[in-house]
Design a protein around this ligand. Structure first.
Ligand SMILES: Nc1ncnc2c1ncn2[C@@H]1O[C@H](COP(=O)(O)OP(=O)(O)OP(=O)(O)O)[C@@H](O)[C@H]1O
Length: 300
């Protein structure tokens, strides 16, 4: 069941088209990745779905209703972003108390455990916290709120690598015990790709990819080997990308892993990160992509 979705949504700021006829949906009890380059429109999508921004046209539904100024909807929605502002006097514990009043599924015990886990000084004012500690405040609120629909708009980027991995572990463990819909927006695709069950890729306000992660991973392969052999093999496939590595060639090809391939070739499924990069390059016609015209021509 789709809990939050956009249907033919366009968002304009004056002459600038920020979202261009976007349709997407986030399914109940699933971890979604909302991916895309800087300025792609990810934050705008999340703002519209959390009632913090307006669509110019199209249909927006969260739990079957429009979210704007809609308490019935918003009490089940948590939006965690890096730029979250708190009143000047707020200490960590004030932010947690405010969150406990806002979210009906708030788990105070879990929040206290997370404060210890991320070694946060509860009485320190938020504006005095380090960047990583500020990110931890957001991460803790996002997890302990247990909202039916939780958006994380890159708040964990301020955490160091060790703390980020701990966040991913905690998220997965808590999600297993308390299934809900989680949307993660990030540039660090490799880091979170194992977490994601569904991926939506946006670029320049348009949806480029939208599908189940495993199906997307199975939709392309990387083939590496002696240049001539790879080129011969690639000739029969739709090529998404080509990289020369000395006498070797690496190509990304559209399609499933072939049952048989020449012995001197190494064929592996594409990683989510590669797929995202290649698809975005293809859409923007960036250098490094061979066969863009063909691929574009074959897309419906
Ligand atoms: N109020 C505004 N007026 C004009 N343009 C805006 C406004 N808000 C956002 N934009 C533009 O909309 C586009 C999408 O912005 P958005 O913040 O949604 O992207 P994003 O995918 O979240 O990017 P990032 O990964 O860099 O955070 C950008 O080009 C941005 O400059």
């Amino acid at each position: 069941m789709t809990v939050a979705g956009l249907s033919g949504v366009t968002k304009r700021h004056g002459e600038t088209v920020v979202l261009d006829d976007v349709s997407l949906g986030f399914t109940e009890n699933r971890i979604h990745g909302l991916l895309g380059r800087n300025g792609a429109g990810k934050t705008t999508i999340m703002q519209i779905l959390t009632g913090q921004n307006f669509e110019t046209s199209g249909k927006v539904e969260v739990f079957g209703e429009h979210p704007y100024e809609n308490d019935r909807v918003l009490r089940d929605v948590c939006f965690i972003k890096e730029s979250q502002k708190y009143p000047d006097m707020f200490a960590v514990h004030h932010a947690l108390t405010a969150a406990s009043l806002l979210y009906e599924n708030w788990d105070a015990e879990f929040a206290a455990e997370l404060v210890e886990e991320f070694a946060l000084p509860p009485k320190r004012r938020i504006k005095k916290l380090s960047r990583g500690q500020m990110s931890a405040v957001g991460v803790i609120i996002g997890l302990a709120s247990r909202a039916k629909l939780t958006f994380f708009d890159e708040p964990y980027l301020g955490l160091d690598a060790v703390a980020r991995h701990r966040f991913y572990e905690l998220l997965l463990a808590d999600y297993a015990e308390h299934p809900r819909t989680i949307v993660l927006s990030t540039h660090l695709i490799d880091e979170i790709s194992d977490l994601l069950e569904h991926v939506t890729l946006v670029d320049k306000g348009r949806v480029l990819l939208d599908g189940d992660s495993d199906e997307l991973r199975a939709s392309a392969v990387t083939v590496t080997g002696p240049a001539r052999s790879v080129a011969e093999f690639a000739a029969d496939h739709t090529e998404l990308h080509r990289e020369q590595l000395g006498g070797f060639l690496r190509v990304t090809l559209s399609g499933a892993i072939p049952e048989r391939s020449p012995e001197d070739l190494h064929v592996e499924p594409v990683s989510l990160q590669q797929l995202v990069v290649r698809t975005t390059q293809q859409a923007t016609g960036e250098r490094g992509f061979v066969g863009a015209a063909h691929e574009r021509g074959t897309r419906s």
